[in-house]
Design a protein around this ligand. Structure first.
Ligand code: PMP
Length: 365
């Protein structure tokens, strides 16, 4: 088969997701395992989304509406946009892939930070792009000066996760303004705002990517219903961009990529202001609880603008990951990102976070 597969596929590293609860319970014979590994909403899904999905179940013999008509109308209105400025994806994962498929050709350069969301590199290598990696600064922030220097006439796309995953740090408005100044027009800036709601809730100097769309036609924003709305399992995210860019992404979109339940669930979730507020306030408070617990344990951590954070456990992260599994907690070891002594932990419910700290103390003793 090796002689049949496209050569660039041989170089692609497969994405390894966070372990599912059922798998850990099955393999280790545990009960009540808590997953703090994939930056999901600890309160479950938006209750309004669940109610709407229940009602829609009887209609799943039909294909979904390819245009996501009602959802697009409502989301566009809530964002103050025209409807042709939006396209939906099977998660914002698919938005990343669609943007690359539409805009990056074989051999084009893309600029990606490290550590950041792994899909940028995977999807770019599927496209046989020439990938330039720019390490973050010592304090885990985007090194935008170095990223700017890495841009050449062959560069087609630059990826900025704002805030970043796994570090949780964000690029400020001033930093983004400076970075964008003087950049060539012929460049796609892919601004991944998967954690937009968390960052804009807590930080005044966090920029809204939408403010840049008018002046930068080549900017594509990605957002998602997976995080603050609690709908990761439904798989729905979206891009915001100028209508021409959206029209090209529409050409590579599979016609029925957004299933019926995702469309009605996301539509209802947009109305669930109470759930949103509860989630955002909780995450802000509990981040502080976790920071303070890490400080008391003498552990270095990185302040985050999201619902997760990385913490330096001072020893091999895979060992700590395995030991925490036995205690019933799934976290993410940061080996795949080259941070060998770090784990990433998602903010859980209040009791989960306290039990997690007890487990971590036991494991590190
Ligand atoms: N971008 C970033 C920065 C993420 O952390 C994630 C999820 N881990 C995604 C995109 C993809 O999320 P989804 O496909 O669920 O929308």
């Amino acid at each position: 088969m090796k002689n049949l597969v496209k050569p660039n596929i041989l170089k692609v590293k497969k994405y390894v997701p966070g372990k599912p609860v059922e798998e850990v319970e099955r393999e280790l014979g545990l009960k009540n395992v808590v997953k703090l590994a994939s930056n999901e909403n600890c309160f479950g899904p938006s209750p309004l989304a669940v109610a709407a999905i229940r009602k829609a179940l009887r209609g799943i013999n039909r294909y979904p509406d390819s245009s996501s008509f009602y959802l697009k109308k409502k989301l566009a209105a809530s964002l103050g946009l025209a409807e042709d400025g939006l396209v939906f994806g099977n998660g914002s994962d698919e938005i990343i892939c669609m943007a690359i498929k539409a805009f990056v050709s074989d051999g084009d350069e893309v600029v990606i930070a490290k550590p950041t969301f792994l899909i940028y590199e995977i999807a770019s290598s599927l496209q046989n792009a020439d990938i330039k990696i720019v390490p973050m600064t010592q304090d885990f922030k985007y090194d935008l000066k170095e990223m700017k220097k890495a841009i050449t006439p062959r560069t087609k796309m630059v990826f900025i996760a704002n805030p970043d995953n796994p570090t949780g740090t964000y690029v400020t408005k001033k930093e983004l303004d400076e970075f964008l100044q003087g950049l060539p027009e012929k460049l796609i800036i892919f601004l991944d705002e998967a954690y937009f709601e968390f960052a804009s809730y807590s930080f005044k100097d966090y920029p809204n990517g939408m403010d840049y769309l008018a002046s930068r036609p080549g900017m594509i924003l990605a957002r998602t219903f997976s995080k603050v709305y609690g709908l990761a399992g439904l798989r729905i995210g979206y891009a915001i961009a100028n209508p021409e860019a959206i029209s090209y992404m529409e050409r590579v979109r599979e016609p029925f990529n957004i299933n019926i339940l995702a469309q009605v669930g996301a539509l209802a979730a947009l109305d669930d202001k109470a759930f949103l507020k509860k989630t955002l306030a909780h995450v802000e408070t509990e981040r502080e609880y976790l920071y303070s617990a890490f400080r008391k344990m003498g552990l270095e951590y990185v302040r985050s603008a999201t619902n997760f954070m990385i913490v330096n456990v001072g020893r091999d992260c895979k060992e700590v990951f395995s030991a925490l599994l036995k205690e019933g907690f799934i976290v993410r070891d940061m080996k795949a990102w080259g941070l060998d002594t770090f784990i990433r932990v998602t903010v859980g419910t209040k009791p989960e976070n306290r039990r997690f700290i007890t487990a971590l103390k036991k494991v590190l003793k």
